[in-house]
Write a protein that binds this ligand. Structure first.
Ligand code: TNX
Length: 532
């Protein structure tokens, strides 16, 4: 009897103490993606409780926004109040003085968590890291029972590349404001900082331009497959820009030109290079010769196009009206776009004469510069003279990337064989194309931007971008299936140093992330390369 009472007391004391100090997954094993530069663990845990509060040290709207963001992320699953104030608290966000950088530090002790950075963006990245250090149940949107613990330790982190981008092609299939915002949320949690919107293509024009209203009235009507298209009003676009900016993401709008312009050519006849006259139509002939002036002045509008072949359209690069048009469009876009870049497209202009293409790209860069912005264009633009600050986005041709480098311009790395989220995972994938490659999760992960293209080194590279083309992708579920988990792999390629990255370790961390996506209701591709 005495003996069993003793046993009971010991067991009770043991279970009492283990209940007081629950275990937490070590920071190294918590599944933080992208992997931080330095993680060091110590013993013990921090536990978030019903009395926990967020303390802001420093000033500024951005700081308050990050504090509110953290609170809003932690409240639903925990059911705790988590007020945000300047009063002392156990979740501390400190804006420290110094040259603003994206670098941040997270220190977890038994008593408190402190995130510090010289910028609000850095604090935001720190909060994203902290969220991933909590148990995955933190993703729930209503209260659940769990021990809200984070292992003690310290994380120091900064990105490898200053430009970490994702692109949505809203032209081939229109993507609603709501779905774009949902994508932005995921981008923010993966520490991306640029959202490139591919706003026009042969199949659709998706941004309202007040001075050329038919672009959306006509050019926005349809999409690939002939279904109803759509477009962003300027208010919609502004809402996206604001939503992204609240998550420290800068929008880069793209108007693809002079090729990939059928939707604009269908909206305004005068932008077309000419007409294909039916045989035997002599109305435009003068003294037996075709009068090109008349042809140029009176072209027919193109037909709306809903297929997926490319390379057949071009603006009339030799007419002044084209440059008036481009300037009007860029002027309106610049007014709505606080970020530094306008993307001018420039890819696959197969029916534009080479000299005309070069003339066009050079003039359009001048227009972008006139409105105080820098141009980004697909790698073909490097065959023209680039203005200082223009960026060539490498997708296909190494020789074009080299041309950009030789002109002293930087390169944005989006190699189609690694970074294209519209490529099929394998031959059985139900969505996607495969002209560049099949891209399994390990293919998206195992490459180094700094050695990928011969002659292009780290110093030549502005960053990494993951484009999602939408010829075969028409709704949110399809976007998610193609983007996840590869977007997370590319986030790590863009943020973490090559030395820090390790596929075996990523395999474990992405499985953790998968549990979060399950709770978030994100239907990701369950790659057979991962033990989910
Ligand atoms: C090539 S990438 C294109 C796009 C297509 C994509 C499909 C690039 C600059 N041009 O127009 O959507 O392939 O994978």
């Amino acid at each position: 009897m005495k003996h069993s009472l003793w046993t009971f007391t010991v067991l009770a004391a043991f279970s009492f103490s283990s209940c007081q100090v629950p275990d937490a997954v070590k920071l190294e094993d918590a599944g933080i993606i992208p992997i931080p530069s330095i993680i060091s663990s110590s013993s013990g845990v921090f536990e978030l409780g019903s009395n926990s509060t967020i303390q802001l040290i420093g000033t500024g709207d951005d700081l308050t926004r990050v504090g509110d963001y953290l609170a809003e992320k932690l409240r639903p699953a925990t059911g705790f109040d988590i007020p945000v104030s300047k009063e002392s608290g156990d979740l501390i966000l400190e804006l420290v003085s110094g040259e603003p950088s994206e670098k941040y530090r997270v220190e977890v002790t038994g008593e408190a968590v402190k995130i510090s950075s010289t910028s609000a963006a850095g604090l935001y990245y720190g909060t994203q890291t902290l969220i991933k250090a909590f148990p995955v149940e933190i993703e729930n949107t209503s209260a659940v029972d769990a021990d809200w613990v984070v292992a003690n330790g310290k994380i120091e982190d900064e990105p490898e590349f200053t430009y970490r981008g994702a692109m949505l092609d809203v032209a081939r299939h229109f993507i609603s404001v709501e779905d774009v915002k949902h994508y932005i949320d995921q981008m923010g949690s993966l520490k991306f900082n640029y959202l490139h919107l591919h706003l026009s293509d042969d199949q659709g024009w998706r941004i309202e331009i007040k001075s050329w209203p038919k672009l959306t009235e006509i050019g926005g009507k349809t999409e690939v497959g002939g279904t109803e298209g759509g477009f962003f009003s300027q208010e919609d676009y502004t809402e996206i820009v604001k939503y992204a900016s609240d998550r420290f993401i800068t929008v880069v709008p793209e108007i693809d030109m002079p090729g990939h312009t059928n939707a604009a050519l269908a909206s305004y006849a005068e932008l077309n290079p000419g007409v294909n006259l039916p045989d035997g139509d002599f109305t435009t002939m003068t003294e037996g010769k075709i009068d090109f002036d008349i042809l140029d002045k009176n072209p027919e509008p193109a037909e709306l196009y809903t297929g997926i072949e490319v390379g057949f359209s071009t603006f009339a690069t030799n007419k002044e009206i084209t440059y008036t048009f481009v300037e009007d469009v860029i002027k309106e876009l610049v007014e709505l776009t606080p970020g530094p870049y306008i993307h001018i497209g420039g890819d696959e202009s197969h029916v534009t004469e080479k000299d005309d293409y070069i003339f066009f790209v050079e003039r359009v860069q001048e227009i972008v510069t006139k409105y105080g912005k820098k141009s980004i264009g697909w790698d073909e633009i490097a065959t023209a003279k680039l203005l200082p600050g223009s960026v060539a986005q490498f997708w296909a041709l190494e020789e074009n990337a080299i041309l950009a480098k030789e002109q002293g311009n930087q390169i944005l790395m989006s190699p189609a064989k690694r970074a294209y989220l519209d490529m099929q995972y394998d031959s059985t994938s139900r969505l996607g194309l495969h002209w560049a490659a099949y891209i399994e999760l390990d293919d998206a992960y195992n490459w180094d931007p700094a050695t990928y293209a011969d002659g292009i080194n780290k110093a030549d590279i502005l960053g990494v971008e993951a484009p999602l083309w939408t010829e075969t992708i028409g709704n949110r579920a399809e976007i998610e299936y193609m983007a996840f988990p590869r977007l997370a792999a590319l986030a790590e390629v863009a943020w973490s140093s090559n030395e820090r990255r390790n596929w075996k370790d990523f395999q474990k961390r992405i499985a953790q992330q998968g549990k979060r996506w399950d709770i978030n209701g994100i239907g990701f591709y369950r790659s057979p390369k991962v033990d989910w």
